[in-house]
Design a protein around this ligand. Structure first.
Ligand SMILES: *Cc1c(COP(=O)(O)O)cnc(C)c1O
Length: 366
């Protein structure tokens, strides 16, 4: 279907920066810079400095950022890792694939980890916690860090949706042992395929991640130090990301403008909850603009008829996918969120006129 207002617009995005993207890609190809070349190191340095960490290690997905972080932190069989059920499945798969047990907890009204549930998920086997900064909003990192310190837990941040978000002035992804990033095309900073990164201040973790992503080989001596993976960020993708990172501050500002326009257009509608939450310590990045209503399915159908594309993340609680073997859980907030949330069009290409159209269509619909 051809939407009047698409959820995101990758073709327009490419057209707008075509000359810069083409130049970056052409330079890689004509110089034969394909694997682990200068473009990758440059992007890693710029990305680390943007996030405010000493190191960034480019990997080929957000999933691998999480999985390699857990391995580098020594998490494995017999360990438990606390995270939320309301996340992309890759957060949980990373825990399962390193042999540990995911302990899933509920979220609060801002879609991020519920602090009280976190306490009750603790056991003598808990080794790590993965706070997920969902939709471009940081978790309450005072509470998460204090909890982790008290119980001697490693913090691995799932920052895949939170580039540019801050908590008390500090960037998401710079609190934990590592921050894990995805550059999947529709993330706030996306490449033209799969990509990801690990940020950290710890030189040992940065080195382990660098070895793990490249088959465990010490590139200086040729010695294989352990069984690793083929999970590098492609050099071409890194060169595109480096171009995009320069534009990122302006895109972030634009998203915040889009969010305030939605707020202005939608505030005060009965039964509609908007993603503007309390707390002066939070600066949200609006990876997604998620509204909540008990009439979600009806609203989505009506917007579709009006030519407006929306997204539901996620319509079914993850533990109800029986093949994943996550046990049977009762997490009331997660369950109602799955029935009620709707993500509205939001990207660097979404215009304020688009937002006004979406708001008008929502008002007509409920
Ligand atoms: C996108 C995403 C991931 C994983 O990203 P991939 O690059 O697709 O592997 C993990 N967690 C969250 C919350 C995400 O949104």
């Amino acid at each position: 279907m051809n939407y009047r207002i698409p959820f995101v617009n990758p073709r327009l995005h490419y057209q707008q920066y075509k000359a810069e993207f083409d130049r970056a890609i052409e330079s890689c190809l004509s110089n034969g810079d394909l694997i682990a070349r200068q473009q990758l190191r440059d992007f890693e340095a710029h990305f680390a400095s943007f996030v405010g960490t000493k190191y960034a290690v480019g990997v080929n997905s957000g999933y691998h950022a999480l999985a390699l972080s857990l391995l580098a932190a020594g998490i494995g069989p017999a360990d438990e890792v606390i995270t939320v059920a309301h996340t992309f499945v890759a957060t949980i798969s990373a825990i399962v694939h390193c042999g540990a047990k995911p302990v899933l907890v509920d979220v609060g009204g801002d879609y991020n980890i519920d602090i009280k549930s976190m306490e009750s998920a603790l056991s003598s086997s808990t080794k790590a916690i993965i706070p997920v900064h969902l939709n471009g909003r940081c978790c309450n990192m005072d509470a998460v860090c204090e909890f982790a310190r008290r119980h001697n837990l490693v913090i691995i941040e799932d920052a895949c949706q939170s580039l540019g978000a801050r908590y008390r002035g500090k960037m998401a992804g710079s609190f934990g042992l590592t921050g894990c990033w995805s550059f999947y095309p529709f993330k706030i900073l996306g490449c033209f395929g799969d990509g990801g990164a690990i940020t950290t201040d710890d030189p040992k973790i940065a080195r382990s991640a660098t070895l793990l992503r490249f088959n465990g080989e010490d590139r200086d001596t040729g010695e294989y130090l352990f069984h690793g993976f083929t999970a590098l960020l492609d050099n071409i993708q890194a060169s595109v990301l480096d171009v995009k990172l320069k534009h990122f501050p302006k895109w972030l500002e634009h998203r915040r403008q889009v969010a305030s326009r939605y707020r202005k257009g939608l505030e005060g509608i009965d039964g509609l909850r908007l993603p503007h939450f309390k707390g002066a310590e939070y600066e949200d990045a609006f990876q997604n603009y998620v509204i909540r209503t008990s009439q979600r399915n009806l609203l989505r159908e009506r917007l579709k008829s009006a030519g407006i594309e929306t997204l539901v993340s996620w319509p079914k609680p993850v533990w109800k996918h029986m093949a994943l073997n996550l046990g049977s859980l009762h997490l009331p907030e997660t369950e109602s969120i799955c029935n009620e949330v709707l993500s509205l069009p939001m990207s660097a290409e979404t215009t304020l006129e688009d937002v006004d159209c979406v708001c008008a269509a929502i008002k007509d619909s409920i």
